[in-house]
Each structure stands twice: as structure tokens, then as C-alpha cells.
Design a binder for this molecule. Structure first.
Ligand code: GDP
Length: 479
């Protein structure tokens, strides 16, 4: 932090020449326009009997704070919930999304061609529900790693003839790490081998106790093929949404998240955005990440041109200067100058950050961070070659928890360390411990980019000892 001599003189209501004299007294040959740093300014102020408050300046935060003003309660109205579908491969995520879309084309829209813009809305009992069209916890967590909180409810699809599989467990852990409520859709009920009770039994082993067995996990039997149970599922989504009391203020400038973006040959950058608060309107100046623009046109998921997009509505937006990234937060501005300023600040910061070191948790600096009170929980992801080792490691790590820091295994699984593990680690600020497994090449690249600490071991005892040592500041640096 620094301040010019002139500015300081103005604030103190003293002649600049007098300040310059004092500075010379301190051995500083300053001119009127010279910037002096905070410590020197403090000495000068003390001389005048004035106390200074050094304000850490963060121009980006200042702009965002103006935009993030809290809504007054009377402006808040209910908004539709936003749902992500997750589950094991081939259990029917895509089919379920398609089935829901088809059963809910209302008469007036019947002629409309549904467009895949990355998200869509359906109406059930007169209430809207927004579905994100990219199923899977990978996309979900990649967005979260970029700071986007989009999903209100997760639908966990489990095939009734196949049961809980590794990616089902991953999905459960990813949803839990994000604190998103889970509704289970037991799919493929039309199949002869369907066994929903077995699925429920397996779910209990992963912390989801079905309602009918005294727990609080809602399970709905469905078939994406015959459309059996789809309307029950929508019913349950609305029920959970109601309990969440989701609200937004349609009267303010829009804020939301980029769901998908691409460069279209004819139309330029095209971004599907989900409005999360406020109303987005044609002509609004918007910023998404480092992309700036004015909303030139908006298209909904039925391919219709719209002029306004209220909260929870996904729309495809034309008019951005460049292609933003999925997961970027966007803001609408009434002041174009401020919008451009924000983009410039971000571009400058990006450059700076590329130079700066990481701030993600690592075993090496764990102790220092615990001491500074920065860390109270150490999130850990455990990958191993066999389930027995995963469990053993998770248990032993958890047992290391002490009064100062809780060791929290947020996910464990069998197999190589994947890019998805890295994204979860990044979103949850976790370290990854691999036992008799290695990261694949994509994971390695992602870990480097996201600055994730991966530790590989061949002896469980060594892993435990390292974490223990790190917690007490005794870890030998890696050579
Ligand atoms: P995803 O990988 O989870 O997105 O799964 P898909 O939606 O691609 O479905 C995988 C396979 O299961 C496809 O061949 C679907 O036709 C089939 N499938 C999905 N849902 C059902 C269902 O309810 N009943 C039956 N019999 N097959 C289904």
C-alpha cells in the first residue's frame, strides 16, 4: 500500500510543503507526486497525532462488493431449483435427462425444437425445474473447482439391475463434499433383473439411508425407457426444493454462471449462462471471467428468442468478446466503464498469479497453516489398489485427528488417481494419498495446473507417519 504526498497532504488538510519538509527530516527526498509507502505515511501521521488505518486495496473486490449488495427480504421471490444428474456410467443419466425433457414438453411448445444449450427447464404442477444437461460428477466438480455453486439438488441415478458401482460412490462423495442434497433415482425398473431393495441396501453402506427405512434419503423407482416414475421423481424434486426455500431477487442486475461456451463460426462466442440472481436483459453489459460484452441476443432451451432471463433460467447469450470458461461467474453491469475496469483488473491479476506460488494446501506447509489457524480440517482423498487398503488408510488417517485439526477423508476409491480426483481435491482443498497406485497422465497434468499435493506410498505405515509428522511440523521436506 502506498499514497502520494499530495494525497496524504489533502487527507491531513496540511500543506504538502510541510509534509515534504518532514520527509526530508526522515531522510526521504520526496516530490509532491511521489508515492510513499504505508509505514512512512504512518510516521508522518503520528507526527500530527493522527492514527492511520492501512486499507488493503483490492479493486476487484471493491467492484464485486458493489454488485453483491444484499437483497432486501421484500424483493426476494421463490426461484426454480437447479438439478444435476450423477451416477455410474451406463446407469441411464442421459436417458433420464432425455425422458424428463420429453415428458414435459407442454402443448404450446410441442412444435418447438428443443435445443441442447447445456441446461433446460421443465414444468411440473405449474412449477419450473432447471436441469443441467451435462450429467456426471466430473462436470459438477470441475465447475465447483472454478468457484461456481450452481446445483441445488443432485439426482443420483443407480441402475436397479446393477446396483451401487464405483462411480456411484464417487458421485455420492462429490455431492456430499459440496453439501448438496441427494435424491436417488433407481433406474431401469423395467428390466427383469431389477432389484431396488438391493440398491437401497448398498446405499446404506455409503451413508444414504432410505426414508422408508427410517433415514432421510428419498429414493424413487423410475424407468427412463418406459417413463415409469418420472413424474414421481419430479414431485420429489419439488418437495426437496420447497424445503430448501430457494429465493432470488428478479429486480436486480443479473449474476450467474457460465454453463457452457464455444466459438461459433457465424455467431462468434456463444455462452449458455444460468441466471442465479437478478434478471438478464438484452443490452446489458456483462463480464464473465475475463470476457466482456453486451447481450446482443438471447435464446432459451426451446430455441426461442427471449428479451429477459429471470433467476434459474438458462439462456444462450450472444455478444461476448471472447469465449468464457464453463464455471465462470458472470455479472451484468449498468455501468460499462466499471465492467471494462473489472476485466482489466482480472487480466492484470491473472498475469500476476501466473507468476506467484500456489496457496493450495500441501503436507509441507500444513503445520504452519494449522498454527496460523488457517486450517482446522485436512481434507484427504485416498486412492489405493484394493478396497481393503482404502478403508484401512481412511480409518487410520481419520484417527490422527486431534484438537487442532481434523483429518477428514472426503473420498476413497480403488484405482489410479484420475483427473476427477484432482478436480475434487481442487474444489475441496484436499491432498491426495495414493497407495500402490499412480496418477494417470491427465491427472498428472491437472495436478500440476491445480497445484494439488499428491503423495504416493507403498507402505501404509509411511503414509500415516507422514501425515502425522506434517501435522506436528516435523515432516522432512521432499527432495
Ligand atoms: P449414462 O452413461 O448414465 O448417461 O447412461 P445412458 O443414458 O447412456 O444409458 C445407458 C444404456 O442404458 C443405454 O443403452 C440406454 O438405452 C439404457 N437405459 C437407460 N435407461 C434405461 C431404462 O430405464 N431401462 C432400460 N431397459 N434401459 C435403459
Amino acid at each position: 500500500a502506498s499514497i502520494s504526498v499530495q494525497e496524504l497532504a489533502n487527507r491531513l488538510k496540511k500543506p504538502a510543503a510541510e509534509l515534504i519538509k518532514k520527509l526530508i527530516g526522515l531522510g526521504i527526498m520526496a516530490t509532491i507526486n511521489q508515492e510513499i509507502d504505508a509505514e512512512v505515511a504512518e510516521i508522518i501521521c503520528a507526527d500530527y497525532g493522527v492514527e492511520v488505518q492501512v486499507k488493503i486495496e483490492d479493486p476487484e473486490k471493491e467492484i464485486l462488493e458493489l454488485l453483491e449488495q444484499e437483497d432486501s427480504p421484500e424483493d426476494l421471490v421463490a426461484r426454480p431449483c437447479v438439478v444435476t444428474v450423477m451416477g455410474h456410467v451406463d446407469h441411464g443419466k442421459t436417458s433420464l435427462l432425455d425422458a424428463i425433457r420429453q415428458t414435459n414438453v407442454t402443448a404450446s411448445e410441442a412444435g418447438g425444437i428443443t435445443q441442447h444449450i447445456g441446461a433446460y427447464q421443465v414444468e411440473h404442477n405449474g412449477q419450473k425445474i432447471t436441469f443441467l444437461d451435462t450429467p456426471g460428477h466430473e462436470a459438477f466438480t470441475a465447475m465447483r473447482a472454478r468457484g461456481a455453486k450452481v446445483t441445488d439438488i443432485a439426482i443420483l441415478v443407480v441402475a436397479a439391475d446393477d446396483g451401487v458401482m464405483p462411480q456411484t460412490v464417487e458421485a455420492i462423495n462429490h455431492a456430499k463434499a459440496a453439501n448438496v442434497p441427494i435424491i436417488v433415482a433407481i433406474n431401469k425398473m423395467d428390466k427383469p433383473g431389477a432389484n431396488p431393495d438391493r440398491v437401497k441396501q448398498e446405499l446404506t453402506e455409503h451413508g444414504l439411508l432410505p426414508e422408508e427405512w427410517g433415514g432421510d434419503t428419498i429414493c424413487v423407482n423410475v424407468s427412463a425407457k418406459t417413463k415409469q416414475g418420472i413424474s414421481d421423481l419430479l414431485e420429489m424434486i419439488l418437495l426437496v426444493a420447497e424445503m430448501l426455500e430457494l429465493k432470488a431477487n428478479p429486480k436486480r442486475l443479473a449474476k450467474g454462471t457460465v454453463i457452457e461456451a464455444k466459438l461459433d463460426k457465424g455467431r462468434g462466442p456463444v455462452a449458455t449462462v444460468l441466471v442465479q440472481n437478478g434478471t438478464l436483459q438484452i443490452g446489458d453489459a456483462i463480464v464473465a471471467g475475463t470476457a466482456f460484452g453486451r447481450v446482443r441476443a438471447m435464446t432459451d432451451d426451446k430455441g426461442r428468442q427471449v428479451k429477459k432471463a429471470p433467476p434459474s433460467m438458462p439462456v444462450e447469450v450472444l455478444g461476448l468478446s471472447e469465449v468464457p470458461e464453463a464455471g465462470d461467474v458472470f455479472y451484468a453491469f449498468d455501468d460499462e466503464k466499471k465492467a471494462k475496469q473489472l476485466v482489466q483488473i482480472r487480466l492484470d491479476r491473472k498475469r500476476e498469479e501466473e507468476l506467484k506460488a500456489n496457496s493450495k494446501v500441501s503436507l509441507e506447509d500444513l503445520f504452519a497453516r494449522i498454527k496460523e489457524g488457517e486450517i482446522k480440517e485436512l481434507n484427504v482423498i485416498v486412492k489405493a489398489d484394493v478396497q481393503g487398503s482404502v478403508e484401512a488408510l481412511k480409518q487410520s488417517l481419520e484417527n490422527l485427528s486431534n484438537d487442532e485439526v481434523r483429518v477428514k477423508p472426503i473420498h476413497g476409491g480403488v484405482g489410479a488417481i484420475t483427473e476427477t480426483d484432482i478436480m475434487l481435491a481442487s474444489a475441496s482443498n484436499a491432498i491426495i494419498i495414493g497407495f500402490n497406485v499412480r496418477p494417470d497422465s491427465n491427472a498428472r497434468k491437472a495436478a500440476e495446473k491445480e497445484k494439488i499435493d499428491i503423495r504416493l506410498y507403498r507402505v501404509i505405515y509411511d503414509a500415516i507417519e507422514d501425515v502425522k509428522a506434517a501435522m506436528s511440523g516435523l515432516l522432512e521436506p521432499e527432495i
